[in-house]
Design a protein around this ligand. Structure first.
Ligand SMILES: [Zn+2]
Length: 270
């Protein structure tokens, strides 16, 4: 599933190809994504792509007085291709530009979306309840500490909740908790300010290093024909059940929390 770093890398990959470009034609080959592709999407023909940014895992592209809101769902990708390049199966939305290139949305499982919102995008129902961006300054240990008081849920569940902070997926939650020495089952309300300082720093660190690694696979998002390249990363704890912990050599444990696998070291993480 594309996580925040893949979405950020997608954004950086497509940005230089779309900003300032005039949209010449839009075709929707299959509108049945998670939500139907907005009919208003057609109204952007003749306009320019003005600005692109990310909010959580949503890609937001300003066009005219509205915003194109794109989510990659479970299996989606955006690529820049030549306008006349043949469509592949699962290429659902195609936006041709005056450069002779197209921005093409591909999504085999169709859990993503391509919507158009008029007016202030921050008021959109999908965005207005989202917590802060993990890489922004306002996201820090103090923020987590105050937000967690009285929250009797496991810390892993707490940091994966988009109302706490956006974009901390399962892999990143496991890795950040390992680097912070925090047991994923520990209740959010019981963790000290000092440990939250460490955790906030490690969340930023694991996401940032994954984004940096993504830079090397940028090409995959702009012109390859294959599936989007999700980053191969060197993971310390995630996916390593029964292997030795890199810090203490004890076997790594796997448990299920709210339906997702959690990997941790019972000796390093308390
Ligand atoms: Zn260990």
């Amino acid at each position: 599933m594309p996580e925040l770093p893949e979405v950020e890398t997608t954004l950086r990959g497509i940005k230089p190809h779309i900003i300032g470009r005039k949209i010449s034609e839009i075709s929707v080959r299959n509108k049945n994504l998670r939500w139907p592709v907005s009919k208003r999407v057609y109204s952007i023909a003749g306009s320019k792509f003005n600005h692109i940014k990310r909010r959580g895992k949503y890609i937001l592209i300003d066009v005219n007085d509205g915003t194109l809101l794109i989510h990659l769902g479970m299996s989606g990708s955006l690529r820049i291709v030549e306008c006349d390049q043949e469509f592949r199966k699962h290429d659902h939305v195609d936006i041709k530009m005056d450069s002779g290139k197209s921005l093409r949305y591909h999504d085999p499982r169709r859990f993503g979306c391509v919507l158009f919102h008029l007016g202030n995008i921050n008021n959109h129902k999908l965005l207005k309840h989202l917590g802060p961006e993990p890489l922004d300054e306002e996201f820090c240990g103090e923020f987590l500490y105050s937000k967690s008081r009285g929250r009797n849920v496991p810390i892993k569940q707490f940091i994966m909740n988009a109302q706490t902070v956006v974009g901390v997926g399962n892999i990143y939650a496991c890795e950040a908790l390992f680097f912070s020495g925090i047991n994923p089952k520990r209740l959010a309300s019981k963790i000290s300010r000092e440990r939250y300082n460490k955790l906030a720093e490690n969340i930023k660190m694991v996401l940032q290093s994954s984004i940096e690694m993504g830079g090397t696979t940028l090409r995959d998002f702009v012109n390859e024909v294959g599936e989007p390249g999700y980053f191969k990363q060197s993971l310390m704890i995630y996916g390593r059940e029964d292997e030795q912990c890199n810090k203490c050599s004890k076997a790594i444990t796997r448990i299920i929390q709210t339906g997702r696998s959690t990997f941790y070291c019972s000796s390093c993480q308390r």
